[in-house]
Write a protein that binds this ligand. Structure first.
Ligand code: FES
Length: 175
């Protein structure tokens, strides 16, 4: 259905309101938002909160924002930006297959995701029925020299081959 004039007006009003909130955040928190020490503390705090809860719940994001005196929206957008962080519940082990160009050119990316998906009977974005393993696809994991690569929780696994993938999946299924 085509957007109505009312839809367009509502979208423009929302966009304008969002921009106003952003300007207000920058005005109120500008120094804190650009403070590199606070930014690195933010990543560590999000990591610890995720360790505690398994993912970043809305309450955890608010707690981090409160402790670092940062806007909740800023903390949430940081959590959403990094593939290391999850804002939804997921598997006990989260396999993140790199989708970057180096991995693609070295027989990774699609091939690795397809291989794991077939072995587990799931597709990217899904979790095994027992809640043990989730499969995701993410952008470059900064391991291009040892592509193809993937990450399991916070462990980087490089130079992937079918044999090393089998060994990895066996290990996760036995853990
Ligand atoms: S492209 Fe896969 S690690 Fe960089």
């Amino acid at each position: 259905m085509a957007p109505t004039t009312q839809d367009s007006a509502a979208a423009a009003a929302l966009s304008s309101a969002t921009a106003a909130v952003h300007r207000s955040d920058v005005a109120r928190h500008g120094a804190r938002l650009s403070d590199p020490v606070r930014q690195s503390m933010l990543l560590t705090a999000l990591y610890l909160a995720q360790e505690r809860h398994g993912y970043l719940t809305p309450a955890a994001i608010e707690e981090v924002a409160g402790r670092l005196d940062l806007p909740v929206g800023h903390v949430y957008s940081t959590a959403s930006f990094y593939s290391l962080f999850r804002t939804q519940p997921s598997g006990r082990f989260v396999i993140q297959v790199c989708d970057g160009l180096s991995c693609y050119l070295r027989d990774g990316a699609d091939r690795v995701a397809d291989y794991i998906g077939r072995k587990l009977g799931i597709r990217p974005g899904e979790t095994t029925p027992d809640g043990r393993i989730a499969l995701e696809r993410v952008q470059c994991l900064a391991s291009c020299g040892t592509a193809p690569a993937l990450r399991v929780n916070d462990e980087l696994v490089e130079n992937l081959t079918p044999n090393s993938l089998d060994a990895l999946l066996d290990r996760l299924n036995e853990s």
